[in-house]
Design a protein. Structure first.
Length: 207
């Protein structure tokens, strides 16, 4: 029986693709050309921090400063009403968490501003660990969860990290990666709206 749902933040709860790309390029050394859209998408084919370290444009970025300057702006984003509704619906039945590569303060600012922070038991961001595999396992251990957990994400890299801790993933096709690309990482299912989550959980619980 599914007891918990873990959300990625960027690309799932809020569309931050252009925002994150703009700010990463703000920190790119002037000796390099800005990251392209495709280069940014490719950073999420695995652990994004490991891939950034290997990229000469990004390896010297001060990510503590990056998270600091973007935290306030994240807090000013307005959540889409449908996303808000689906999270509140899920909260009534399941424990909810956020596991993200974004800075925790920025996510907290966002959730506070949109009156939804109490829907989540815990937020594990960049400050907790750079590996989503580690953060997912931390949630499983701390709350005595295992394969009764779903992870909602939008990138192949996250799906691959979730496979390592045996968590089923639902991939959204409205985030950083396309449906075709997401399929290469073999998520449990690909969805186009968070309203599909409840039905998928019913199917899993009845199987």
């Amino acid at each position: 029986m599914i007891k918990a749902v873990i959300f990625d933040f960027d690309g799932v709860i809020h569309d931050t693709f252009d925002f994150n790309l703009k700010w990463l390029n703000h920190f790119v050394n002037d000796n390099f050309k800005p990251l392209t859209n495709q280069e940014f998408r490719d950073l999420h084919n695995g652990n994004s921090y490991n891939l950034r370290i290997k990229n000469p444009k990004l390896k010297d970025i001060n990510y503590v400063e990056y998270r600091k300057v973007t935290a306030k702006a994240r807090g000013e984003f307005q959540i889409e009403p449908q996303i808000f509704k689906e999270i509140k619906n899920l909260e009534e039945k399941f424990q909810l968490f956020i596991v993200s590569s974004a800075g925790e303060q920025g996510i907290i600012n966002y959730l506070n501003n949109n009156n939804i922070i109490n829907s989540f038991k815990e937020i594990l961001g960049a400050e907790t660990h750079r590996s989503k595999e580690v953060k997912l396992q931390t949630v499983l251990n701390k709350y005595n969860l295992s394969n009764n957990t779903l992870f909602i994400t939008d990138t192949t890299g996250d799906i691959l990290e979730a496979h390592k801790v045996n968590i089923k993933t639902l991939a959204v096709d409205f985030g950083f990666h396309s449906k075709d690309h997401l399929q290469t990482a073999k998520p449990h299912k690909i969805i186009s709206c968070l309203s599909e989550i409840n039905q998928i959980i019913k199917e899993l619980n009845n199987s």
